[in-house]
Design a binder for this molecule. Sequence first.
Ligand SMILES: Cc1cc2nc3c(=O)[nH]c(=O)nc-3n(C[C@H](O)[C@H](O)[C@H](O)COP(=O)(O)OP(=O)(O)OC[C@H]3O[C@@H](n4cnc5c(N)ncnc54)[C@H](O)[C@@H]3O)c2cc1C
Ligand code: FES
Length: 360
Amino acid sequence: MLVATATRRFLASPLVDLLVGPHGIDRYLELIRPDLALREARAEVTGVRHQTDRSVTLTLRPNQAWGGFSAGQFAAVGVEIGGVRRTRTYSPASSEHGRRGAVELTVTSRPDGVVSNHLRSRIAPGSILHLGPARGEFVLPAARPQKLVLISGGSGVTPVLSMLRTLCDEEHPGEVTFVHYSRTRADALYRAEVEALATAHPNLRCAFVATREGGGRLDADVLAALAGDLDEAHAAVCGPPALIDGVRAIWDGVGGADRVLAETFAPPALTPTGATASGTLRFLRSDHEAAIGAGTLLEQAEAAGLSPEFGCRMGICHTCTCRKSTGTVRNVLSGEISAEEDEDVQLCISVPAGDVALEL
Ligand SMILES: Cc1cc2nc3c(=O)[nH]c(=O)nc-3n(C[C@H](O)[C@H](O)[C@H](O)COP(=O)(O)OP(=O)(O)OC[C@H]3O[C@@H](n4cnc5c(N)ncnc54)[C@H](O)[C@@H]3O)c2cc1C
Ligand code: FES
């Protein structure tokens, strides 16, 4: 073990990088085994199981370059498909205290989804995935709440389950209620496991609701029947925007708007405000140009027939970051205008505010 650590330290040293030339040591190590890379985070898939028809649950063993995660966060996951690396964001479902750093992802396939379908049907033990650093503010408060309601819809179960598993690993003594909404009983992810946790932890209550099989929608009475008084309760919810709005309304009703943590996987419809600029969008590497139209730079590049890399399409993963050589863009989230030359912009949340030239 000591020898292995010393060898890794030696290989990662600036001297070795200097000796092996411009490509760096990782380019050589990955020829031996891709997950040996020292600086780039990779993970080997060690387990594959299918909980439902539309999903896959992957167990990953990240290499030492990955910095771990806090329950609720997400990471950019890259996979080679037809020789091109595609990146999407996924939230680990495992406890942040996972055994030997193992990480579990559960991916639900979308109709026509490029990455989700590839992960569901083409990934086998031994496959290697690229990992970005964990990010996100959807995390448990450092002082764990004494009363917590965890609510999820569909594939949004992953970060919320990670919180639940983390609290169980910590033997958290507070009251925890876990409510999961799926369309049908057959679609419900992790049901047996959560019910087993509830049997083992008397402070945990759980409910699984199948909305298309007679299960009711979320309301204050249903929640109060499960979780009791919500006056002091914190909520963490991940799911479609309608579920999040419903939870916020309930917590607003008890004066607890600031006790709701929320995350959605669905990219928001970014409707840029203000007049659409006129001018030309130039894609320098592709030697292509188009008149400025509606939508973000990402959407306009796609409309022009280009396929820029993207992950979340909502400004959080930075996968779409691209060098803008010249021109003025507006960030649709912050409203900030930027006209600097040679700056990096996030294509998915930027709109042109005049002629723009991108290194794309
Ligand atoms: C912070 C975050 C965490 C995430 N964690 C998970 C997770 O743990 N498990 C999981 O299964 N997914 C998760 N996702 C969603 C995931 O990143 C991808 O969006 C999803 O797997 C679809 O990618 P794709 O390449 O298959 O689809 P694409 O080829 O990109 O798109 C195919 C079609 O699906 C639609 N679509 C794409 N993404 C979504 C979406 N999120 N909601 C609704 N429609 C969509 C597109 O509009 C398009 O029509 C997360 C997303 C975010 C932003
Ligand atoms: S695609 Fe994630 S920041 Fe743009």
